[in-house]
Design a binder for this molecule. Structure first.
Ligand SMILES: [Zn+2]
Length: 287
């Protein structure tokens, strides 16, 4: 049992901190949808104007009646929770007076945090800008401002369907992978890179991990990985231009942009600055 302050030591779904049972028992359907099952409370909210905006990564947004009902109940609970200041204080179950020893808490947290980070494999790639890398991180966690993410944060959006295809809820995974526009882009990109088509129904994390295991030289693999990040970044930019400026991007133009941006990255940021434009455009590179 713990009393939650900032939520830095308490696992959102696993520990008992809101009600008499862990949230995963109280809200089993929502728990199934949460991507980060061992997230600390702290990771599931942002502070905005002194208040808390609850926001976490879903494998998909709640859709069934049961899921929506649980979401409403959980929202109510979270809103009524008085947020104390300062670090969380732990208590033994049924005894609010006896605090865990700091040493014990740290030991168990250490193990938990290791479990968390192991699930988040992401290799650093300095052939793309840090802006792209940060974007990639946020996209993997569904934290970029897609319509679905905005709605999950409590914004009342009338329409959260994808503005490109209109066929699905606009999540980060949809914009960057499963949308028909993204799929056609990936077909052109993988064809250019001479690698198998990615699984657009899978996750961004899986795709990046697969790219890391492609049987090429280490440097070519790094180039492919950089292109993958660049592809998602440019798909996001294209989406924003469509949503905010009404510009209709073409898949072929997007491919050219990806080639150009990744070429500039490799020229400026890698030691392979002798690669020529025609070599890169044909992805005929020996690194
Ligand atoms: Zn779409």
């Amino acid at each position: 049992m713990s009393k939650v302050g900032l939520g830095d030591k308490t696992l959102f779904w696993v520990d008992t901190w809101l009600g008499n049972e862990p949230l995963k028992i109280q809200f089993p359907n929502l728990y199934l949808l949460a991507v980060k099952k061992k997230a600390r409370v702290l990771e599931n909210y942002r502070t905005l104007n002194g208040g808390r905006v609850w926001d976490w990564v879903w494998s998909r947004a709640p859709t069934s009646e049961e899921e929506k009902q649980e979401m409403e109940n959980l929202k109510g609970r979270l809103q009524s929770q008085v947020s104390a200041q300062g670090s969380d204080v732990w208590f033994w179950k049924n005894s609010e007076h006896q605090e865990f020893s700091v040493k014990n808490v740290k030991a168990s947290l250490g193990q938990r945090l290791d479990l968390n980070s192991a699930a988040y494999v992401f290799s650093w790639n300095n052939w793309v800008t840090s802006k792209c890398t940060t974007f990639m991180w946020r996209a993997i966690e569904e934290k970029i401002e897609s319509a679905a993410a905005l709605r999950n944060r409590g914004l009342n959006l009338p329409d959260i369907l994808c503005k490109t295809c209109g066929a699905a809820v606009e999540s980060a995974a949809h914009i960057l992978l499963s949308c028909n526009f993204a799929k056609r882009t990936w077909e052109l990109v993988t064809n250019w890179l001479k690698i198998p088509m990615v699984n657009v129904e899978g996750s961004m994390r899986d795709i990046l991990m697969e790219m890391n295991e492609i049987q090429r030289s280490k440097s070519v693999r790094k180039a492919i990985y950089a292109v993958a990040i660049q592809t998602m970044w440019i798909l996001w930019k294209t989406r924003n231009e469509r949503v905010f400026k009404g510009r209709q991007g073409k898949v072929q133009t997007v491919l050219e942009e990806i080639k150009e941006a990744s070429y500039q990255g490799v020229k400026l940021r890698s030691k392979h600055s002798s690669i020529t434009r025609p070599e890169w455009w044909a992805f005929n590179i020996i690194l």
